[in-house]
Ligand binder design. Structure first.
Ligand code: SAH
Ligand code: SF4
Ligand code: F3S
Length: 445
């Protein structure tokens, strides 16, 4: 009997780890419908865009890539094109996508991701385009297993949405209010992952320290984290993101007492100036942030801190920007994501006077990037001659090197004869280059 050709899917993801993980959930849904993945768009029966709208360039990027499919769709009318994620959740965006790209078949959002399978069936049975969006968040959904693409790392959602309404940020508008998964579901998922051989688990939420604040559980985040770290097995645990206002001593004690939890904390500060922080609605001052850093380092002297920083927030003066540089130096960030403020329609900051000219924003971001790179390089240099344990994540065929990160997030490269992916490898570092370390594998497990 002739084997029927399997249908293929191709997913393009923009944005954060949350979105990357949601693409794995979509892949799970598609694989249960009999689809297999392809890297080649021209071979795909369905192409799915999982979009992001955090900054204007994320949107433009997706728009450009969707536009490029016009010809492919014309040559292959049976191709299904679906656009989901965060951008479609923005007020009025679905309409714009329909007008700009009439060849898109399905528009859905992150709030009804679980409907993807049904939407595909529905579209296959009708000619009419589908726009299926949910305006408000529903109940927390326990998905069937995602098709993970990230071995030996596994991402696990602990909560969805955000209640913080930082004045520049669109996330609360496109992801709805905070809601948490039940601890028993999270722990069962983590146990299963460890059994399957995953060696790093990253707990995901926009603000993990307010886990359970919707009343869905009495278990505070630090207790959940401890329970995950106490699962039997040889693996490490990370979590992100911590909002500084909710970063507590209890949490730091749990990290100290459970060595599986990495000593790298992503603690986005956004700005080093109190007036700007207030306008951003971050609900802490630079001084309070520095005190949290001090508290963290008093328990964990080796802890590294990474951050997110925004330059050019409306009204930010040169002096206020300097405060961000000063704070970055004082904390001595291991690294940081640096962003130029992007005006997001519907947010409070979009209404603020004194939006900063592009030229000024550019100069500020260049200075900030330079500083962060210098801090990172300085730390890398200190690794030379030392031993570092990394978790080998992948292999670069072109360069013939394996690579992975140490617990502090630093990338190490090495060569080996055998497949090392998923192994904890101890490297003796002989060279450092910016954020990258190079060394020889001296042992692995
Ligand atoms: N929940 C996380 C961050 C999610 S968004 C937290 O609060 O830390 C990731 C980062 O994007 C933010 O930390 C912020 O630095 C940046 N960001 C969000 N909105 C932005 C905007 N309008 N312009 C520029 N950067 C933005
Ligand atoms: Fe956005 Fe602030 Fe929520 Fe983070 S905490 S997602 S920056 S509103
Ligand atoms: Fe993430 Fe972008 Fe949405 S950063 S939460 S995918 S807007």
């Amino acid at each position: 009997m002739e084997k029927t050709e399997q249908k293929k899917y191709h997913i393009i993801t923009y944005g954060c780890q949350m979105n990357l993980h949601e693409s794995e959930k979509m892949a799970g849904i598609l694989s249960r419908k009999g689809y297999v993945a392809t890297d080649d768009k021209t071979q795909a029966d369905i192409i799915l865009f999982n979009t992001c709208c955090i900054r204007e360039n994320a949107e433009n990027h997706a728009f450009g890539n969707i536009g490029e499919l016009k010809k492919l769709k014309k040559d292959k009318p049976s191709l299904l094109i679906a656009v989901g994620g965060c951008m479609t959740q923005e007020t009025g965006k679905a309409q714009i996508i329909r007008q700009k790209f009439p060849f898109v078949d399905i528009i859905f959002g992150n709030l009804n991701l679980e409907e993807l399978g049904e939407l595909i069936d529905k579209k296959s049975a009708q000619k009419k385009k589908i726009v299926a969006l949910r305006e408000r968040e529903g109940e927390v959904i326990e998905y069937d297993p995602p098709l993970r693409n990230s071995y030996p790392n596994a991402w696990v959602n602990i909560m969805y949405g955000c209640n913080n309404f930082c004045s520049y940020c669109i996330v609360p508008y496109v992801r709805g209010r905070e809601r948490s998964r039940k601890p028993e579901h999270i722990l069962a998922e983590c146990e299963q992952l460890v059994k399957e051989g995953y060696r790093e688990i990253t707990l995901l939420g926009q603000n993990v320290n307010s886990y359970g604040s919707d009343g869905s559980t009495d278990m505070p985040f630090y207790e959940l984290l401890e329970k995950v770290a106490q699962i039997e097995g040889d693996f490490r645990v990370r979590f992100m993101t911590s909002h500084p206002k909710d970063f507590t001593e209890e949490l730091v004690k749990v990290i100290k007492n459970n060595r599986k939890i990495c000593h790298l904390i992503h603690l986005p500060v956004q700005s080093g100036n109190d007036r700007v922080l207030k306008e951003m609605n971050r609900r802490y001052t630079a001084g309070e942030y520095l005190n949290k850093v001090k508290m963290l380092r008093s328990y964990l002297p080796d802890a590294e801190i990474t951050s997110d920083l925004i330059v050019g927030f409306p009204g930010e003066t040169d002096e206020e920007f300097e405060d961000t540089l000063t704070l970055a130096k004082e904390v001595n960030f291991a690294s940081a994501f640096t962003f130029v403020y992007s005006k997001r329609t519907g947010t409070k900051a979009a209404q603020m006077p004194n939006q900063i000219p592009e030229e000024v924003q550019k100069q500020r971001i260049m200075r900030l990037v330079e500083l962060i790179n210098a801090l990172t390089r300085e730390k890398s240099a200190k690794y030379v001659g030392k031993e570092v344990e990394i978790l080998c994540e992948d292999y670069d065929e072109k360069k013939n090197v394996y690579f992975g990160r140490d617990e502090y997030g630093r990338m190490g490269y090495f060569t080996a004869e055998q497949n090392c992916i998923g192994k904890f490898v101890t490297l003796k570092i002989d060279r450092a280059n910016g954020v990258s370390l190079y060394g020889e594998a001296v042992s692995m497990r």
